[in-house]
Write a protein that binds this ligand. Structure first.
Ligand SMILES: [Zn+2]
Length: 424
């Protein structure tokens, strides 16, 4: 016997769940949970947008002086400051939050900024000292950025950010006069949308319903090739740089110098986008890209802090649901089968009722077990799992074997003195 000790290093979750686990709402004018109250946001084309990425440029960068190319102002501010752990704890302790489940109809006071509650994680003694508590999920960020970018350059209805409202917004801000609405004809001049749309069968659903991994491949492999000769060069360059950014960010091995270069590149990309696309283009997902290299410096390669493995596991579990009225029961039943078969496959190579499980590698530290007689399987006592009697024949046989293993698991453990002794 021993005492198992566990430490929560960080949480991995999508952006809406980020608000729940961190206590900082990811909506509204202070949606960025890293910049907090210092994020640059504004109301454009009927929603909150997050601009001002020139703040991450060097102090003497020439783009800071340009106003017409950006939002109409020069940029004199430094990048948003980081909050120390003591500041966060002190602020959370000072704020008066409503009791649990009583916040539905209560307006949040302005002193609370975007804090909604004090997360339970802060009861862990080390939690406030962590540099990185919650990961921005690169998988969802990449998908949302891809959707926004492709929706705008292909002018897909419902996804494009180049709308009449966005053009009126440009006019209100007094920037990029060439893209303003033509009052006489009620049409707007060609802007960000390109003629790629003619090359793609949008009606055939070719660009709708893409899964996260489809976007991942498109973003990193196909997009830079596809747009190379179809869009103006000043639009192609930052998009290709963005594609390379995600490609390098999601690499399995990274050098620190590479990440520092990525941190520089993403600021350049966002600033160039600010010169090209309307303010409505800059959703919160666009903004949080600027923080991804910093998080990777703290957490290491992104493979350990994004949602792909979790989503795949959840997908596998969902497939095991047979009775939709009680999905948890189905999942638990399937998981017990998986665990017991894996146990037998690893520790008892001579089991003859399911030969394919012998492919599991044997632990090298254990001496090979002595040959044992095969476990007899009583197929008459075994019954099907779940309520799908019309399973194809091979599947049905497999189900009977599964349940036979469960019935015999006690015998299997008794037959394995070497394995159980070594564990104990
Ligand atoms: Zn931010």
């Amino acid at each position: 016997m021993f005492t198992l000790r566990v430490a929560v290093m960080w949480t991995v979750n999508d952006f809406p769940a980020y608000a729940m686990v961190s206590g900082w709402s990811t909506k509204g004018y202070m949606a960025c949970p890293v910049c907090k109250e210092d994020v640059t946001s504004g109301w454009h084309a009927g929603k909150v947008c997050y601009l001002g990425h020139r703040r991450w440029l060097p102090w003497d960068h020439e783009w800071r002086e340009k106003d017409k190319e950006f939002d109409g102002n020069t940029e004199r501010r430094l990048r948003p400051r980081e909050w120390s752990s003591d500041e966060i704890v002190e602020q959370l302790n000072r704020l008066d939050f409503a009791p649990f489940r009583k916040t539905v109809n209560r307006t949040r006071p302005s002193t609370h900024m975007n804090w909604t509650h004090k997360p339970m994680f802060f009861e862990l003694p080390y939690w406030s000292k962590l540099k990185l508590r919650h990961n921005l999920d690169v998988m969802h960020v990449e998908k949302n950025v891809f959707d926004t970018l492709v929706g705008t350059i292909l002018d897909i209805e419902g996804k494009t950010k180049d709308t009449i409202k966005a053009r009126l917004d440009l006019e209100r801000m007094g920037i990029r006069r060439g893209l303003w609405m033509n009052r006489d004809s009620d049409k707007f001049p060609d802007g960000y949308a390109s003629n790629i749309a003619r090359c793609v069968n949008v009606d055939g659903g070719k660009f709708t319903g893409l899964k996260s991994h489809d976007c991942h491949v498109f973003m990193q492999r196909l997009l830079p090739v596809g747009i190379r000769h179809l869009l103006p060069e000043d639009v192609v360059k930052p998009i290709m740089l963005l594609s390379r950014f995600f490609s390098q960010l999601t690499a399995k091995t990274l050098r620190k110098t590479d990440i520092l270069q990525l941190r520089h590149d993403i600021v350049q990309v966002l600033c160039k986008f600010e010169m090209i696309f309307p303010p409505a283009f800059f959703t919160s997902m666009m903004h949080v890209m600027v923080h991804l290299p910093e998080e990777e410096l703290l957490a290491g390669p992104v493979n350990y802090s994004w949602m792909y493995p979790i989503e795949r596991l959840l997908g596998e579990l969902k497939k095991s649901v047979r009775n939709r009225a009680k999905p948890e029961g189905s999942i638990i039943e399937a998981w017990v089968q998986y665990e017991s078969l894996t146990f037998c496959g690893i520790n008892h190579a001579t089991v003859s009722f399911f030969p394919s499980f012998q492919k599991f590698p044997q632990p090298s530290s254990l001496s090979p077990p002595p040959p044992l007689p095969p476990i007899p399987v009583d197929l008459d006592r075994a019954r099907d799992v779940g309520g799908t009697p019309e399973l194809p024949r091979p599947h049905l046989r497999a189900s009977r074997h599964h349940i036979a293993v469960l019935h015999r698991i006690g015998s299997a453990v008794r037959l394995l003195p070497s394995a159980t002794n070594s564990d104990g």
